[in-house]
Design a protein around this ligand. Structure first.
Ligand SMILES: NC(=O)c1ccc[n+]([C@@H]2O[C@H](COP(=O)([O-])OP(=O)(O)OC[C@H]3O[C@@H](n4cnc5c(N)ncnc54)[C@H](OP(=O)(O)O)[C@@H]3O)[C@@H](O)[C@H]2O)c1
Length: 328
């Protein structure tokens, strides 16, 4: 099969190869999926750039979608032919979705609702599940004010939509441009604050009558943690799912005075019971056509270096997806 891989950490152009690898054969409990779209996420490029390799040769990308072509012992033959989306494709595994085929445990290939395209299916495992977790963790947002930092990002765009669907009363997004503000507002934000041009704390105070947001969903903990006491309501929740740097400093005094809670999580490590709830909820939204997917750029597998560089640049307005033809 045609596949991409790397054998050492480094820049995309230095270490990514595209060529032929043996076709995978599913073991007991596994399915083999013909990949038709492979999502490229920031963690895929960070893993390639500098995280310890899980195997001597790694095919990147955790997200993807395609069709089950064969199954191992113990998996119902009826799964063959199913359209599926994939979670944790490359998490702690050597073989991700940047390949014509991937084999993985059957439960990691979830039925892709009929009207959801393969490209859209390749945005679910990380961006959509992370957003749904961030919006739902530690209680409902019904009637609450939710602040989504980086609201036009891959995760942020879904977070705005889930907050809307789950009944948040007011949704505030931070963005860096008027184009991103339009995206955030179209997806359901009531207010978009340009964090580069405006004073975010002042704007949030104005919007919330000085109360602050009940829940802040934070894309960059290192850059923005200092602002959190000025953004979050008394007893509110800061859900931090991303950080541009390893250290996330807090002002202890202001944080304890408002009694803020801080939650970190990584989507790869969701406990199975919680993942099942989120996956089922996500598929229900998809089945009812309730989500908009922001696909910013499509690449061929031969162009995977450009795909990684585009994600690294941080300039995409949505997800990057590597697409395969059915006959590839
Ligand atoms: N915990 C998890 O399980 C999990 C899951 C998915 C992603 N992540 C992490 O979350 C981050 C975002 O992922 P993504 O796929 O959504 O990336 P993305 O599509 O690049 O989106 C990031 C968004 O955040 C904005 N942004 C950057 N710095 C910001 C700041 N200081 N304040 C407010 N907004 C800022 C960016 O736009 P501007 O630069 O134009 O503002 C962009 O719109 C990455 O670090 C990723 O590794 C974690």
């Amino acid at each position: 099969m045609k596949a991409a891989w790397y054998e050492q950490n480094g820049s995309a152009s230095q270490v990514l190869n595209v060529g032929d690898l043996p076709d995978p054969v599913p073991s007991a409990g596994e399915v083999c999926v013909k990949v038709l779209a492979s999502g490229v996420n920031p963690s895929d490029v960070k893993t390639r750039a500098g995280r310890p390799l899980v195997a001597p040769r790694v095919t990147p990308h955790s997200d993807g979608a395609g069709i089950i072509v064969s199954v191992g012992d113990g998996v119902a033959q009826t799964r063959v032919g199913e359209r599926v989306w994939i979670w944790n494709g490359q998490w702690k595994r050597a073989a991700g979705t940047a390949a014509e085929f991937i084999k993985l445990p059957s439960e990691q290939a979830v039925i892709l609702p009929e009207d959801t395209t393969f490209e859209e299916g390749a945005c679910l495992g990380i961006p959509a599940l992370t957003a749904l977790r961030a919006v739902t963790i530690d209680g409902p947002v019904l009637g609450q004010t939710v602040l989504v930092s980086g609201g036009a990002g891959a995760v942020g765009a879904y977070a705005i939509q889930f907050a809307r669907l789950l009944g948040a009363a007011v949704i505030i997004a931070t963005v860096s441009s008027s184009e991103k503000a339009s995206v955030a507002m179209r997806l359901g934000a009531d207010h978009a604050i340009n964090y580069r041009a405006e004073n975010v704390e002042e704007r949030v105070k104005q919007i919330t009558d000085s109360r602050g947001a009940d829940r802040v969903i934070e894309v960059d903990g290192a850059a923005n943690s200092g602002m959190l006491p000025g953004l979050v309501a008394r007893g509110g929740l800061c859900v931090i799912y991303g950080s541009g740097k390893p250290q996330v400093p807090f002002d202890f005094g202001p944080m304890i005075q408002i009694g803020a809670a801080v939650r970190f999580f990584v989507v790869y490590e969701l406990p199975i019971a919680e993942r099942t709830v989120l996956v089922n909820a996500l598929n229900a939204y998809l089945s009812h056509g309730m989500l908009e997917h922001t696909i910013a750029a499509r690449y061929r597998l031969d162009d995977i270096v450009n795909a990684h560089e585009a994600v690294e640049s941080g300039t995409l307005l949505g997800n990057a997806v590597v697409v395969f033809d059915v006959e590839d």
